[in-house]
Design a protein around this ligand. Sequence first.
Ligand SMILES: Nc1nc2c(c(=O)[nH]1)N[C@H]1C(S)=C(S)[C@@H](COP(=O)(O)O)O[C@H]1N2
Ligand SMILES: [Mo]
Length: 392
Amino acid sequence: MIISRRSLFSRILQGLGVSLIVNQHLPVAQAAGEESARDESGPLIVRVTRPFDAETPVREFTSFLTPNHRFFVRSHFGPPPPEAVSEANWKLRVGGLVEGSHEFTLTDLRQMEAVTITAVVQCSGNGRAFHRPKVPGVQWERGAVGNAQWTGVRLRDVLGTAAVQAGARHVQFQGADRPVVASVPLFTRSIPLKKALHPDTILAYEMNGRPLPILHGAPLRVITPGWMADSCTKWLTEITVQADESTGYYMQTAYRLPTTPVEPGASASGQSTPVEAMVVKSLIAAPQEDETVKSGPVAIQGMAWSGEAKVVKVEVSLDEGKTWESARLIGEDHPYAWRQWQLVWNPRTAGTFTILCRATDVRGETQPATSPWNPSGFLWNGWDRVSVTVAL
Ligand SMILES: Nc1nc2c(c(=O)[nH]1)N[C@H]1C(S)=C(S)[C@@H](COP(=O)(O)O)O[C@H]1N2
Ligand SMILES: [Mo]
């Protein structure tokens, strides 16, 4: 039986508990698509149906690890055709400034030393919807982020096998995914050699102890702990060691920030630098927006993370940021994972309250009330806020 890409994809989506709206021109289907985009009762909040971009409802973040089927999904062109990433056909090629050229099968990689790293993966555009003035692009709110255990091999070990030559400064990644129209540039990314050789930068074939799901890059993806997810190339097939940054659109035009802050609403011009590390950030997972809580102890909880630094403090405010109270950091503590936190609140009057939170990392970086505006709406890390009603 021949399975079309679309039917395979809708099967994947069915597995995720979401339905694929196949024809955007049918008014009924379109209405249903808008419905599913708004409906927060499903496992994922769909932002774009084709390719499939969906975020995790924040209430899921009360668990330390984000389950694979609840993990946000983002890609520019959707997964490659199944045959391109089937274990029988798939190979990783390593070339460029290395001695000889090298090919690895999955069996080769599984025979190398395996490492497991718990790390946050977050889209640079997470929180884009909160920038003012509004910025075009996928209107991610709070859930284009997740925390998972990634198992694979050190990129350094793969490059070591291939022996990097003098003059190498950057490592380029290419996945097997292709745009529908050939004139659209490929999603080609590179990271500096220093990050590539860091012992915690890995090529992962497992996610939370399970084979990497196709939507998350099977059979192999890059994990750059502490860095934004646009460096975490999925469906990886080619690594090129080179002197310079990749020259393509996704490195030179997309995923860049103004080197010096710009006026809100200004167009992208002047010097820019690639998005790399994550910034300090926290979210309130419970209670939820618009929830009604009973007076008496209410557990306010959430998680906080930073780039290549640990979170040392999370604070909560119930008076629009005039005063802050420290939350308790709880649960597992790993360098690139998020940290869970909790604060017990005792509301004594009925009414509507706004809960704010902000995190501080070990370098003393604290979340600002609102993030610096930038033309692509990247790196939003303003205070998180949730409004709840207290009923006596
Ligand atoms: N090959 C490939 N890798 C990719 C992308 C892509 O379009 N193609 N998108 C990147 C972006 S922008 C994000 S946010 C993450 C999303 O990873 P996830 O779907 O596993 O959450 O994958 C990254 N890796
Ligand atoms: Mo992203």
